[in-house]
Design a protein around this ligand. Structure first.
Ligand SMILES: NC(=O)c1ccc[n+]([C@@H]2O[C@H](COP(=O)([O-])OP(=O)(O)OC[C@H]3O[C@@H](n4cnc5c(N)ncnc54)[C@H](O)[C@@H]3O)[C@@H](O)[C@H]2O)c1
Length: 368
């Protein structure tokens, strides 16, 4: 098992990320961070049948309540957030109760937001069960629900008291979801760690065949990168924005196609390639680096273009959707762009016409 200690500026919010196999069956990892007698598990109707009974066996010593969400991003809603809080109140949860999120990023984000706000904040443990949530959403304390006018628009920063990543859960994860998680890992390497990027290039086939030690090493390094960035910038005032590499393009694609068409990670993979191509055109990124980025994404069996969707997208709609991005400070766009493998820059005041022109050519090349 690997242990990562996450140290944040407010000492009280330091916590550990445990990564290994069969950790769900280990009572000690849970009970050592639970203070009160009550636990409240939030999961969904896909993950619960697979892992809830094992988790509950490890929590025998506690008064255990369970709330199950319907599966899907569309259920990451204010209504369900309200339903979770109702159930917590009805269960008579006290302030020293611990909330446990068992599931992917949707469950983690919603449960985290409920934990952040119930009686002004109660402790919570993340047990992420998708690769994306293991390397990304469970690290860093961002919690949220969606609003009809925008994804993750209502939320709070609330750090978990522990993250328990059991790679056994990846055995039941659909292959497409697994690969979508790889996109966030490529992102972490690309923005911060050239050596890790090279490691991913070398280990692509072991990763795709789920070689256990390779997975543990990969998840550990990705979490460490995210943790380092979060430690530098817990409240997302500066360098934490690097983590949005590929997301401005990616979110715009998701929004224009309608959420749920592409997986978030798939949109981020395409978004990263778009950011790399745009950076190369702007003279920021060497062509050879751009080719390595595209090639790694392809080798990990992720999409690198919107091929197949090009007729449903227009450059104007995409730029309009990019303009809604939270990072923008004025009418122009703010983009996170790669400068080399392992290094990014935040570019403010990028002219939307330049992005529009790039996207127009990109879409036309697919139609041709
Ligand atoms: N808080 C953050 O910092 C942060 C960062 C990135 C993404 N997110 C959020 O995370 C969400 C996406 O997370 P996700 O990709 O994990 O999606 P998800 O939670 O919807 O999970 C994907 C699918 O896999 C299923 N699943 C989960 N674990 C499984 C398992 N072990 N076996 C079989 N099926 C399993 C889920 O039920 C779901 O159908 C988005 O809402 C996004 O906004 C948050």
């Amino acid at each position: 098992m690997k242990k990562l200690d996450l140290k944040l500026s407010s000492k009280s919010s330091d916590y550990q990320i445990l990564i290994g196999k069969n950790l769900l069956a280990d009572k000690e990892h849970l009970s050592s961070v639970i203070n009160g007698k009550q636990v409240f598990i939030v999961s969904n109707d896909t993950v619960a049948p697979l892992y809830l009974s094992e988790l509950k066996s490890s929590l025998e010593a506690f008064e255990c309540h369970v709330f199950l969400l319907d599966d899907g991003e569309q259920h990451k809603s204010f209504e369900n957030y309200h339903n979770i809080l109702n159930a917590m109140l009805e269960a008579g949860l006290r302030r020293n109760a611990t909330l446990i999120a068992l599931g992917g990023g949707v469950v983690g984000d919603m449960a985290g937001f409920a934990a952040a706000t119930y009686q002004r904040g109660i402790p919570f443990i993340q047990i992420p069960t998708t690769l994306l949530s293991q390397v990304d959403s469970s690290v860093g304390g961002k919690t949220a629900v969606n609003h009809p006018l925008g994804k993750n628009m209502i939320g709070a920063f609330h750090q978990p008291c522990r993250v328990i990543t059991d790679i056994k859960t990846l055995e039941t994860l659909p292959d497409r979801e697994f690969k979508a998680g790889l996109a966030e890992i490529v992102k972490a390497a690309l923005l911060y760690d050239a050596g890790f990027f090279e490691w991913l290039e070398e280990h692509a086939s072991q990763i795709l065949s789920h070689h256990e030690n390779t997975l543990i090493a990969m998840i550990e390094r990705s979490c460490a990168i995210k943790a380092e960035i979060v430690e530098l910038d817990e409240k997302e005032q500066g360098v934490r924005a690097w983590l949005n590499l590929g997301h401005t393009f990616g979110h715009a694609i998701e929004r224009c196609l309608g959420y749920g068409e592409l997986l978030h990670g798939e949109a981020v993979a395409i978004g990263m390639v778009m950011a790399a191509e745009f950076a190369e055109l702007a003279g920021l990124l060497p062509k050879e680096s751009m080719n390595r980025i595209k090639s790694l994404i392809t080798r990990l069996d992720l999409p690198s273009t919107v091929e197949g969707y090009e007729k449903r997208l227009t450059h104007k709609d995409l730029v309009a959707a990019m303009a809604l991005d939270k990072k923008n400070v004025d009418a122009d766009l703010t983009l996170i762009l790669p400068k080399s493998i392992g290094e990014v820059t935040i570019k403010h005041s990028v002219k939307s016409q330049d992005v529009e022109q790039y996207l127009k050519r990109n879409l036309e090349s697919l139609v041709a």
